[in-house]
Structure formats: structure tokens, C-alpha cells
Design a protein around this ligand. Structure first.
Ligand SMILES: Nc1nc2c(ncn2[C@@H]2O[C@H](COP(=O)(O)OP(=O)(O)OP(=O)(O)O)[C@@H](O)[C@H]2O)c(=O)[nH]1
Ligand SMILES: [Mg+2]
Length: 301
């Protein structure tokens, strides 16, 4: 990760080049797992709490600005995002640059007074990539995607927490990806994979939001796959819960989402009360991917 002092400003042309290895991320996951909603909510960062350890999130460059537009024009209007296209060319995949600034006192709590800013670049693949992993072999487009994926030290695997009936498929897809990672000759092998369970404002997931491993245990095969990998390689895995939409109310919270459809593929929803939209748990996995340290306050944000 590259740490910038508070004064140092990034501009759109210098940002990607200025980023260090640890801040280059890929977000992967099945179709509809919520990848684009996650990134758009992160960039928009609506209704931030005063107690949040996050001071600000700044999109850098035109592509990240598009995320804000998607959040404002689609999610906030109570509409659904379009599925992301699998581009013919990996170089056309949008690479979003965001600068996340933590409040000083929370940076200091982590034992480093310097740690103020996380500057990330994150590619949002189409979910088709993940299913292609399972069903296609030797396809040049897939190979390009895999090669690109292996360039990032941090992988954020987003899984719709309500799609546990697809555990088997996810485990098989992950197995293929891990084999590819192990084969790749990137000089670093200290790879980090964050397994992030999305849509955790849903009541059955929300109750365990502070025990991400428990939520991950709904996906026993996928979790076992990742555990085996982390034990047999220098890679590490951590678990997180998140919701791009969040909940309403504090004492008896209810999901701030309106379910449109629920099937074995998971849940499709729209935001119920856009004015009260406050996501949960978005920054914590990114912090860990960039630093290798868990931030307990971000886990609760
Ligand atoms: N309930 C709930 N629904 C969500 C959440 N995040 C995303 N969704 C819904 O999940 C569906 C898919 O979201 P997307 O962000 O488009 O998913 P994606 O992973 O980018 O999908 P592809 O681009 O097709 O790979 C939409 O109906 C979203 O509104 C969430 O936190 N809670
Ligand atoms: Mg998408």
C-alpha cells in the first residue's frame, strides 16, 4: 500500500501509477452477488455516521465518478443496476480509483500515526467471469482475465449471503482460481483473499454480522477450500460481512431493502428508503486487504 500524507493530492492521471502493490484489488464473485452495488455505495458513501472511522472517500478520475453517478441515478432512485458486461478485452474493464481517508484518531489506534489514507484501484469484473471459470477452459478471454486477476495481491470475493445453495459451485470456481494463482509466477505469493458476505442487512444474516466466520459457515465447501489454501500456502484469508444498503432503525433494525426476487441464485433488491441509506461494513475488507491488519472499528461501521 502506498501511504500519502494528508496534504498530498492525487489527480486522475497520476493516481494509478502512484499506487503500490497492496492497493491493487480485484473484486470477483457470481452474477448478482452485489459487486457493482458494493463499489458504487463505497464511492458514494451516503449518510455517513459521525462516529464512523472513515473521514472521507474520494473518487479519483472519470471512471470512479461514474460509480457515483450509478449510486445517485440508479440506487438512490430505488432502481436496479444493470448487470456488468464481460468485456471482450480485459483492458476495457473499468478500474476504479478511490482514496479512503480515515480519521486520525482511528488511524492512530491502529498503532501508526502515519496511516491516514488508503488509495485503492479496484477492477469490477462481470460475474460471468466467475461462471466461466467453472465451465470454460482454455478460452483466451478467460485466460486474459485470469492473468489480470493474478496481478493483484488483494482479491475481494463477494458472495451473496443468501445464495448458500450455490456453495458447491463457488467452491469449484474458487478451486480453479486458486490453482491459477498458485501457478502464476508473480513475485509475491503473500496474497490476501477477503471472503465478503454481502446483503447482510437480511435478518437471518444481520444477527450474525459481527461473526463473519459464522455467516461464512453457510458456505462450508467454499470456506474449507479457502482454509486449506491458506494453510498450505503463504496466502491468507479473512471473512467479512457487509450490506450495500444497510438497515433502518437502531433498536429493532429492519433491512433497508425491498426484495424483488429470491432464488437459489440469491436475492435481488432495491433500496427501501433511499434517504436513510447507510451501508455497513464496506471499508473493513479493503483495509485488511491493503494492510493485512483487521480494524475492529471498521468491522462495526
Ligand atoms: N438486499 C440487498 N441487495 C443488494 C445488495 N447489494 C446489491 N444488491 C442487489 O443485488 C443485485 C445485483 O447487484 P449488482 O451490484 O448489480 O451485482 P453484480 O455482482 O455487480 O452483478 P454482475 O455485474 O451481473 O456480475 C441487485 O438487485 C442489487 O440491488 C445489498 O447489500 N443488499
Ligand atoms: Mg456488476
Amino acid at each position: 500500500m502506498v501511504l500519502f500524507g494528508k496534504q498530498k493530492k492525487l489527480n486522475s492521471s497520476s493516481a494509478p501509477k502512484a499506487l503500490g502493490n497492496d492497493s491493487v484489488l480485484r473484486i470477483i464473485g457470481d452474477r448478482g452477488s452485489g459487486k457493482t452495488a458494493y463499489l458504487a455505495s463505497l464511492a458514494y458513501w451516503p449518510n455517513a455516521s459521525r462516529e464512523s472511522p472513515v473521514k472521507s472517500i474520494t473518487p479519483i478520475g472519470e471512471e470512479a465518478q461514474e460509480l457515483i453517478d450509478q449510486a445517485r441515478d440508479i440506487l438512490e432512485q430505488g432502481l436496479q443496476l444493470e448487470p456488468t458486461d464481460l468485456n471482450a478485452d480485459i483492458n476495457e474493464v473499468k478500474d476504479y480509483n478511490l482514496s479512503i481517508t480515515l480519521k486520525d484518531r482511528f488511524s492512530w489506534l491502529q498503532g501508526s500515526s502515519k496511516l491516514v489514507q488508503l488509495n485503492i484501484s479496484c477492477k469490477d469484473y462481470a460475474g460471468e467471469f466467475f461462471s466461466d471459470l467453472l465451465y470454460k477452459k482454455g478460452d483466451p478471454k478467460l485466460e486474459d482475465y485470469l492473468g489480470d486477476c493474478c496481478l493483484a495481491r488483494g482479491l475481494l470475493m463477494l458472495v451473496d449471503g443468501t445464495s448458500h445453495r450455490k456453495d458447491n459451485e463457488f467452491a469449484m470456481g474458487m478451486e480453479k482460481l486458486l490453482m491459477e494463482i498458485e501457478r502464476s509466477d508473480m513475485e509475491t505469493n503473500h496474497r490476501r483473499i477477503a471472503l465478503v458476505l454481502s446483503k447482510c442487512e437480511q435478518s437471518e444474516l444481520w444477527v450474525n454480522r459481527h461473526q463473519p466466520k459464522k455467516v461464512a459457515s453457510r458456505f462450508p465447501k467454499l470456506s474449507a477450500q479457502l482454509e486449506t489454501w491458506s494453510q498450505s500456502s503463504t496466502g491468507t484469508v479473512e471473512y467479512f460481512t457487509t450490506s450495500a444498503f444497510g438497515v433502518l432503525g437502531q433498536h429493532y433494525p429492519e433491512p433497508n431493502s425491498m426484495r424483488l426476487k429470491r432464488s437459489r441464485h440469491g436475492t435481488t433488491s432495491i433500496i427501501k428508503k433511499p434517504k436513510l441509506w447507510r451501508p455497513f461494513g464496506l471499508v473493513s475488507p479493503i483495509y485488511w486487504l491493503c494492510t493485512g491488519q483487521r480494524h475492529s472499528e471498521l468491522d462495526r461501521d
